[in-house]
Write a protein that binds this ligand. Structure first.
Ligand SMILES: O=C(NCCCCCn1ccc2cnccc21)c1cc(-c2ccc(F)cc2)cc(O)c1O
Ligand SMILES: [Mg+2]
Length: 214
């Protein structure tokens, strides 16, 4: 059997990026996915919005749901202050194996804990396993029909605090309509839509930023 898309993406990073240089890893993936083979990374356009929200929040503890190949993991981890931590959850072992190598190639393995498994099982274990009191920032980029149940789970597990910022990818394409209804109608969130485009395309997509009000 041949290589997979994530494996080809890893090869492109190893060939075109500089070890220990997160910016070059990000550029190598964006170039590959724009010119060679599309892949479902948050991408360079929505990535700039992710960067700006991250810089504003400057989280000490961050959670990512949906690692895939580690593109947004690298985008987030490269902007974290010393001593800050990112926990990223990936369900698919093959994706996780590639992501570990891409995160390590960027030199960010000390800031990132990659956990394999379903978010619904892992979120309730965050406190006991990783000594997390609460998250300052959550990036939602996994199954779009898990955005609402997992947000409710984070609330119920006491993992959100007043001011925690949730940033959700793909709220237009593929779409997360229930999630938009949930955060926009809830008095416990202050939400804002950032219009953009689906990674590497001209199709509309966007990010929804929601601040938990406690
Ligand atoms: O499906 C997407 N992502 C989710 C992938 C699977 C996540 C599985 N997973 C990971 C952690 C985890 C924990 N618990 C349970 C499940 C878990 C996605 C799709 C598109 C897309 C695709 C085709 C198209 F034509 C247009 C758009 C674009 C994106 O940006 C996306 O993010
Ligand atoms: Mg996405």
């Amino acid at each position: 059997t041949g290589s997979s898309r994530p494996q080809r993406m890893l090869k492109a990073v190893q060939k075109n990026a500089t070890k220990g240089d997160p910016k070059s890893v990000i550029s190598a993936i964006d170039y590959y996915c724009r010119h060679k083979e599309w892949a479902m990374n948050v991408g360079d356009e929505k990535g700039l919005i992710l960067d700006s929200v991250l810089t504003e929040v400057n989280p000490s503890t961050a959670l990512e749901l949906g690692t895939y190949c580690g593109y947004s993991t690298v985008r987030i981890a490269r902007l974290l202050s010393p001593g800050s931590k990112l926990i990223t959850i990936e369900f698919n072992p093959a994706f996780a194996a590639v992501a570990r190598q891409i995160i390590a190639y960027a030199g960010l393995q000390d800031k990132v804990t990659l956990v394999e498994g379903p978010s619904g099982d892992l979120i309730p274990k965050m406190k006991e396993r990783f000594g997390i009191k609460s998250f300052d920032f959550v990036f939602l980029d996994h199954w779009k029909d898990r955005y609402v149940p997992d947000t409710k789970l984070l609330e119920d597990c006491g993992l959100l605090r007043k001011g925690t910022v949730l940033l959700a990818d793909n709220v237009i394409c593929p779409g997360a309509p229930e999630y938009l209804k949930y955060v926009r109608n809830s008095p416990r969130y202050e939400s804002q839509y950032y219009k953009s485009n689906l990674e590497y395309t001209k199709v509309e997509d966007g990010l929804e930023k929601s601040v938990f009000l406690g």
